[in-house]
Ligand binder design. Sequence first.
Ligand code: SAM
Length: 213
Amino acid sequence: MSACCEPQGYEKVFDDREARRAAARYARSGLTTLPRRTLELYRDGVIGGSTLLEVGGGIGDFSAEMLGAGVDRAVCVDMSTGYDAVAARLLADAGLTGRAGRRTGDLVTHPDLAGPADVVALHSVVCCYPDARALVTAAADRTRRYLVLAFPRDTWWMRAAGGVLNVYPRLRGSDWRFRVHRPDDVARAATDAGLRLVREERFAFDHHLVFAR
Ligand SMILES: C[S@@+](CC[C@H](N)C(=O)[O-])C[C@H]1O[C@@H](n2cnc3c(N)ncnc32)[C@H](O)[C@@H]1O
């Protein structure tokens, strides 16, 4: 996908209001299920490394927790600037500002936004991008060791929920759509990029896959 046709208007959906909502939820109950699972796998030594690239990291709560768990440096790339202020405050409050970087843009059309990292993680991001293969390929190219892909299950009720959810971006004039991609296609993009699937878990709503180089 060329830069001229990259999706637009993500800021209209992933805005400062959404960021404040995510921060309040994090303050109340910590990480959500998928990033929490990745953090557990890192703490258990299933995933290892000292650098993290989080694609579509939102408020950066997962990156902050990974820095607390042993990662030396984390970079977050997100297409929306709507989270920036909340993310900066979260890092500052945790005393982690100097160990974290943040870049704005689409990793697919601007792969140079981030250098390689030991762990590359995408939680609920594949469902936010039209070309899953291009996104997974770009993310896989960035990992030295592990790639984590957590994304919604392909079920009729997930697709139905997506149809309802997508009324909102249409009303706001954003290209963003919630998309359910076929899990086999997502996994094949990672293996075609030279990674192997080392762990596969299924949650009520999502797949959580770990690939290794
Ligand atoms: C639903 S949010 C998920 C935020 C966070 N990972 C979480 O689990 O709460 C998806 C985020 O992915 C970002 N995103 C989607 N495609 C992207 C891409 N190609 N490059 C960078 N960010 C992307 C969006 O801007 C959005 O902030």
